[in-house]
Each structure stands twice: as C-alpha cells, then as structure tokens.
Design a protein around this ligand. Structure first.
Ligand code: DGJ
Length: 539
C-alpha cells in the first residue's frame, strides 16, 4: 500500500491523477467562461493562460518530435500548437490511424505540456493540400472551386457535399479518439481547418454556388451584418455591393467549417476555433487583395452566425508595426469573441506585442515556426546544430515566457478579474499611462537615471501592471521604467515597500526590498525577467 501511495504521489506530481486501480481519472473539460464582459479559458477549473508556440507545418510527425520538444523547453511554453494531418489520419477512407495523435499526447505529457491541435482538413491556407490521396485523386467527387472563367482553382469548393461529409466523419473520429485517449485533457483546444477561404478567386462560381448567390441573403446574415437592404429579399449583390462576393464566400466557407466543428463538438466538446489570414486592418484593400471567405475582420459577424459551434475566431498576425498590430488585436477582442493569437511572427521586436495581447485579456498567444527543424522560413536559425544560433530566433519569445511562465495562472486570474493592464512600446512614443482609480501607472522607455525618456533605440519595451489592492501593484516587464502618480495632483507618491520576488508554484516568494538607487527614478526593468510587488502611499 505504501508503494502504491508513493506511485500515486509521483504520478500526481507529473500532472496526472491516477486512481489506484490504474485508470486515469477524468479531469474537468477545458471551457471558455465569460464574466462581467471578460473571458477566460478554464483548464482544470481555473483560468489558464496559453503561453504557446506553433511548430512548422510538417513537424508533427513522430520521427520529427525530438526536434520539437527541446525548442519548447527552451521557450518555456506551457502549450504547443501542432497539426493533425488529414492525409496521415485517414490514409484509406474510413480507416483512421491514431499513431501520430497518440505520439503527440504522449510526448506532451512527458514534457508537461498542453496541446492545441490544428486540424489540417479541407482547408490549409485556402487550399486542399492536406486532403488524403484518395480524395485528391477523385476531383469529380471532391471538387475544387471554379473561378469566374469556369477554371478549377487551388481551393476546395465549400459546396462539395462529399468533401463536407468526409471531413465531418474524419474530424469526429479524431475528436472521439481524443475523448477516450485524453482524460487528462492534455489537448485543451482544437483549431478546425487552417486559414480557410480562397486565394485566387473571390468565391465559388459553380452552378450550385451561383444559384445561392442570386437568391435572397438569409435574414440572419443581414441581421448579423446590420444591413437593411431596400428590398428585404435582396440578393448578395444588392445587399453587400462591392463586398458581395467576399461576404457570400465567408458564409459558404463558415457554414461548411461550422458543420465540421459541430460534428466534432458533438463527439467531444472541447473549445474550437478558426484562424484567419488577415486583411490590412488600417487600409483594407479591395476584395481580392486578401484571402476571401475566412474570418477576416469585415465578416466576423457572418462567421459567428454561420458557425456557432466555433467558440472563437482568431487572427494570424504577421506584422511588425505597432499601429496595424494593435488594431488587429482590437478587432478580434470583441464582446462575442475572446482574443487568442494562434500565430504571430515578424522581426524580433514583435515579441513585445505579447504584452499588448495580455492587455486585452488574451487567453493565449503563440509565435509560429518554433522548432528545431530546418525550414525555408528561418533557414539559418532552425536547422543549425549550434544551439546558440538556432535559439537566437526563439530568444525574444523565450524571454516573455521565462517571466510569465511561473505566474501564468495568476496572470490569467488577474486578467479575468479585470485587474491587469499591459502595454508594449510604440515607435515615437516614449511614455504611456495606465489608469487604476486613484493611481496612474506611468510607463517610460529609454530613461537613464533622471534623464528624460527618449524611447529605446528599437521599440522593445513591454510592461504589465496589475492592481492587487487599492495601493498595491504587481509589476513586471522588460526594457522599461514604471512609476506611480496619484490622480490627486496635490499629492505625491511615496514607495512604502517595493519587493522583488520570484513566483514559485504560483506564489510570490519575497527576495529583497528595493530602495535607494533602485527606486529613486522609478522602477527599472531591463533584459532579465523581474517581478516587483509595489506598495505606494501619498504625502
Ligand atoms: C499561416 C499559416 O496558417 C501557417 O500554417 C503557415 O503556413 C504560416 N502562414 C507561415 O508559413
């Protein structure tokens, strides 16, 4: 009995509660919760912040996983985003191969990681490249879309009934398997398809699609888009003018994806989402300049109404400038949509926007292409045997997660309770201010001792401030300075106690008190993870 207890204790420490008879105990289902207008992803019945990283597209094969896990360890992620390939999963129609999924679950558990599984099904970046061979070889049964001139496009038709039925069957088999193979809830969320939609044609021009395009727009679409056309029975062209084709294709694709999601959810109700290849958020180009049919910002309401089985739609953000980046975060942080960034990339400075996402209560964040396979996108960094060079690419992201990792649960809770604000440096703006009732937190960048803040040479600063009590704050960040000012301008701030600490198992452990040079010009954050608990008063 003593031995059994010891085994149980060891397994519990490994994050797996095991009943004594050897059966793994079912953990609560991950779920999205909304309270007072804010969302949280609950995992094991508590708010959870996904510190994620997504691997390259072809890195989910069992033989390649040894190049994934060490990168995840270096990054300090708690969640890996990784594909499940339809072509691997269903090599012959109706025969499902669970080996790759099982390898992901086993590997993730061994490395104490959660998974977001990406269903590379009917759509992958607008194409059908991950459909199994038996589908690719039967284009009459599983057709491509047809463009204006009647030519086949490299994109699946959302009106292909046999493809829809095949995807529903495969996706539900995958979800059913997860249900039985994953009582631990290692997989906490699933992405349905990948950047669904179409490049190269605005919509399907097959006769089935054409007929619907000329028919009245379903009233729920008009309501969702807040459009009141003159004749209530307006067709798509009449109702949406220049955006008619994009709106119609969004409705067509979303209904298809929604049915796949619905079938999967009926098998196993994990949180589900779809991701978007974006259009320019500041100066959106005309239809045709961006992927048509996906959940771009202009058609989110259509996706919501056409695919209710999806819990959210999410932006893949490949932008380096703060103006468009922040605008995208704002566009996908909606009352009906929790913010989640499943893919992001760009220069090293992009890592700072993780903090901007935290400032909008993001439930998770995930840079793309984070493994040690050799890849055309990061050839120098990724394949190198030299750990230092291959890790250079990951370093700015790792820095964020080294800081936030030990307190991720606390951050998720504070955010869900509306107590946290966070910002990233914007070029040309050396200061920012956050308001916390009687206090303003002043953030500045590039300040040395009592010199004026000049901004960092490159904008890399980032900070969060969370209000723990009326006059107490948790503060952390990089390359920045934080100070506090009472809103009552007659009064001055004094530091009562500035504690440096470290988080261990979610609890702040005191290390030392900062005073003198460490506080005289404000609280300075540099290149190393640092957490302060700050008590202030006025005089
Ligand atoms: C966006 C896609 O969703 C990813 O799968 C990947 O193809 C990246 N683009 C970059 O290559």
């Amino acid at each position: 009995m003593k031995i059994a207890r010891a085994v149980l204790a060891a397994l519990t420490v490994l994050g797996v509660t095991v009943a004594l008879h050897g059966q793994v105990k079912e953990r609560p289902l991950p779920r999205l919760v909304k309270k007072d207008g804010r969302y949280a992803l609950f995992v094991d019945d508590a708010p959870f912040l996904m510190l994620g990283a997504q691997v390259h597209n072809s890195s989910a094969w069992p033989a390649v996983l040894p190049k994934v896990w060490p990168a995840m360890e270096y990054l300090h992620v708690n969640t890996v985003e990784i594909p499940v390939y339809w072509e691997q999963f269903e090599p012959r129609q109706g025969q499902f191969d669970y080996t790759a999924i099982d390898a992901l679950l086993a590997g993730a558990r061994q490395h104490r990681l959660r998974l977001v599984l990406l269903w590379f099904g009917t759509w992958k970046n607008g194409s059908q490249h991950f459909m199994p061979e038996w589908m690719k070889l039967a284009p009459d049964r599983y057709p491509h879309m047809v463009d204006k001139n009647g030519h086949a496009v490299d994109s699946p038709s959302p009106y292909a009934t046999a493809s829809l039925e095949a995807d529903k069957a495969a996706f539900s088999a995958f979800m059913r398997h997860l249900k039985t193979a994953d009582p631990q809830r290692t997989a906490i969320m699933v992405q349905v398809e990948n950047e669904p939609g179409t490049w190269g044609s605005l919509r399907d021009y097959s006769s089935a699609a054409q007929k619907l395009f000329e028919a009245p727009v379903p009233p729920e679409v008009l309501t969702a888009m807040r459009v009141t056309p003159a004749p209530p029975s307006a067709n798509w062209q009449e109702a949406f003018g220049p955006e008619a084709e994009v709106c119609f294709h969004a409705w067509s694709v979303a209904r298809y994806v929604g049915q796949v999601a619905g079938a999967g959810k009926a098998a196993y109700p994990l949180p589900l989402y779809a991701n978007a290849a974006l259009r320019d958020p500041i100066k959106p180009g005309a239809p045709g300049s961006y992927e048509s049919g996906g959940p771009t910002d202009n058609v989110i309401p259509i996706w919501k109404v056409a695919a209710p089985a999806l819990d959210l739609v999410a932006p893949d953000i490949y932008m380096s400038d703060s103006v468009p980046y922040l605008k995208v975060l704002e566009l996908y942080h909606r009352d009906d949509n929790p913010l989640f960034v499943p893919e992001t990339g760009g220069g090293p400075g992009v890592a700072r926007f993780f903090f901007s996402a935290l400032g909008l209560q993001a439930i998770g964040y995930s840079p793309f292409g984070m493994d040690y396979t050799s890849n055309r996108l990061a050839p120098a960094a990724a394949g190198s045997a030299d750990a230092n060079s291959r890790e250079q690419f990951l370093a700015p992201w790792a820095l964020n997660y080294r800081l936030i990792g030990p307190m991720a649960g606390e951050i998720a809770r504070l955010n869900f309770e509306g107590k946290l604000q966070a910002v990233a440096e914007e070029k040309g703006k050396a200061t920012q201010s956050l308001s916390f009732g009687p206090w303003n937190a002043l953030i500045s960048y590039g300040a040395v001792r009592n010199s004026h803040a000049a901004g960092n040479a490159e904008p890399i600063g980032r900070v969060f401030v969370a209000q723990l009590a009326d006059n107490q704050f948790l503060v952390a960040g990089f390359y920045s300075r934080v100070d506090f000012r009472p809103t009552d301008t007659e009064k001055h701030r004094q530091f009562l106690r500035v504690e440096e600490g470290v988080y261990e198992n979610g609890v702040f452990r005191f290390v030392r008190i900062w005073n003198g040079d460490e506080t005289d010009w404000g609280l300075n954050f540099g290149a190393e993870p640092l957490v302060l608990r700050v008590s202030v008063a006025t005089y």
